[in-house]
Design a protein around this ligand. Structure first.
Ligand code: GLU
Length: 301
C-alpha cells in the first residue's frame, strides 16, 4: 500500500434509479483507488438535473453502498443544496467575460453539426451579442480553438478541441437549471477532489471540465476512467436495458464479478468469503494499472 495523505476521491451517482452492476463498478473502482492510497472517499448525489431524479433512488443508493460496506467520509453532498455555489461560479465567469447569454432555442441549433457525444455543436450565433429583440435563455461558456489534453490513468493520453467538437457549451440551461458540467467542476473543486475515478461514458466531458477548471482557477484532478459495463448488444446498462439492481443479486457475487471486471484477478477462494474479507483483500491488492484501458467491457453476470 502506498501512502498519499492528500488523496481525495469521490463517487457521484445521479439518483435516476437504484445502483446496477455498472454503477457498482464505478462505486467500487473509485472506493478502492481511494482506500488503497489511504485517501478520503466522498459521496455526492448529483441531482442537479431535477427532471431526471427518481423518487426513492437516493435512499436506495445509500442503502446499497452501506450494504456493501462502502463507507464514505463526511456528510453526503447534494447538488440541490449547492445552487448558491454554482451561481457564484457563473458570476465569476461573467465578470471575466468567459460566458455569454444565449437566446437560441434547441430548434435553432438543431441544424448544426453533430458533436462527438451526439449533441449539436453550437454554431456561435449569440457569442458576439444577442440578436435584436431576443433575450438570453441560457448561459454558455466561450470556447476558443486549440486542443485540451490530459493523461488518463487507465485510458492514456486524450486530447480534444472542444471548440471544434462541441463549441460554446451551456452552463445555465434555458429551464433555469445549472448544467452538470459546471456543477461537477464547482463541487469537485470545493471538496478538494484530487482523483476522479468514474465511468468512461464521461470521458468526452472531461476536456470541457478542464476548461472550466482553468477558467475558475481550480486545480485539475487526475482522471481514471473505468470501462463502462455493456450488455451483449453493446448497450450501457440502465433501466432501459433492464439492468437488475445490484441488491437483487448476492453481494459476494457482485463484488467478485466487479473485481474481475476491473482486472483485479481475485483468487477463486475469495468468492466463498464474506464481503468484509473480500473488501479488505481488494483494498490491499488494488492495482490501478490492471484496470483495462478500454471504454467498455461486457457484463459477465
Ligand atoms: N453523476 C454522474 C453519473 O451518475 C457521474 C458524474 C461524475 O462522476 O463526474 O453518471
Amino acid at each position: 500500500m502506498t501512502g498519499h495523505a492528500s488523496y481525495v476521491g469521490r463517487f457521484a451517482p445521479s439518483p435516476s434509479g437504484p445502483l446496477h452492476f455498472g454503477s457498482m463498478v464505478a462505486a467500487l473502482g473509485s472506493y478502492l483507488d481511494a482506500r488503497h492510497h489511504r485517501g478520503r472517499w466522498l459521496l455526492r448525489i448529483e441531482d442537479v438535473d431535477r427532471p431526471r431524479v427518481v423518487v426513492g433512488a437516493e435512499s436506495a443508493i445509500l442503502r446499497t453502498l452501506e450494504a456493501f460496506g462502502l463507507e464514505w467520509d463526511g456528510p453526503v453532498v447534494r447538488q440541490r443544496e449547492r445552487v448558491a455555489a454554482y451561481e457564484q461560479a457563473l458570476a465569476q465567469l461573467q465578470a471575466a467575460g468567459k460566458v455569454f447569454g444565449c437566446a437560441c432555442t434547441r430548434r435553432e441549433i438543431a441544424d448544426s453539426v453533430l458533436a462527438r457525444d451526439g449533441s449539436h455543436r453550437y454554431p456561435g450565433t449569440c457569442r458576439n451579442g444577442l440578436p435584436p429583440g431576443r433575450a438570453a435563455r441560457a448561459w454558455r461558456f466561450r470556447t476558443s480553438p486549440g486542443e485540451v489534453c490530459f493523461e488518463d490513468l487507465a485510458q492514456g493520453r486524450l486530447c480534444e478541441d472542444v471548440d471544434a467538437d462541441v463549441g460554446d457549451f451551456v452552463l445555465l440551461r434555458a429551464d433555469g437549471l445549472f448544467a452538470y458540467q459546471l456543477a461537477v467542476v464547482v463541487d469537485d473543486g470545493e471538496a478538494g477532489v484530487t482523483h476522479v475515478v468514474r465511468g468512461a461514458d464521461l470521458i468526452d466531458s472531461t476536456c470541457r471540465q478542464i476548461l472550466l477548471q482553468r477558467a475558475l482557477g481550480l486545480r485539475t484532478p487526475r482522471y481514471l476512467h473505468l470501462p463502462v459495463v455493456v450488455n451483449s448488444a453493446g448497450e450501457k446498462l440502465s433501466k432501459q436495458t433492464l439492468a437488475r439492481a445490484v441488491d437483487e443479486l448476492a453481494p459476494q457475487t457482485v463484488l467478485f464479478e466487479a473485481l474481475v471486471f476491473l482486472g483485479q484477478q481475485p483468487p477463486a477462494v475469495l468468492a466463498r468469503e464474506g464481503i468484509a474479507t473480500m473488501r479488505s483483500w481488494a483494498i490491499d491488492n488494488w492495482q490501478r494499472e490492471q484496470v483495462p484501458g478500454r471504454r467498455t467491457g461486457l457484463l459477465s453476470l
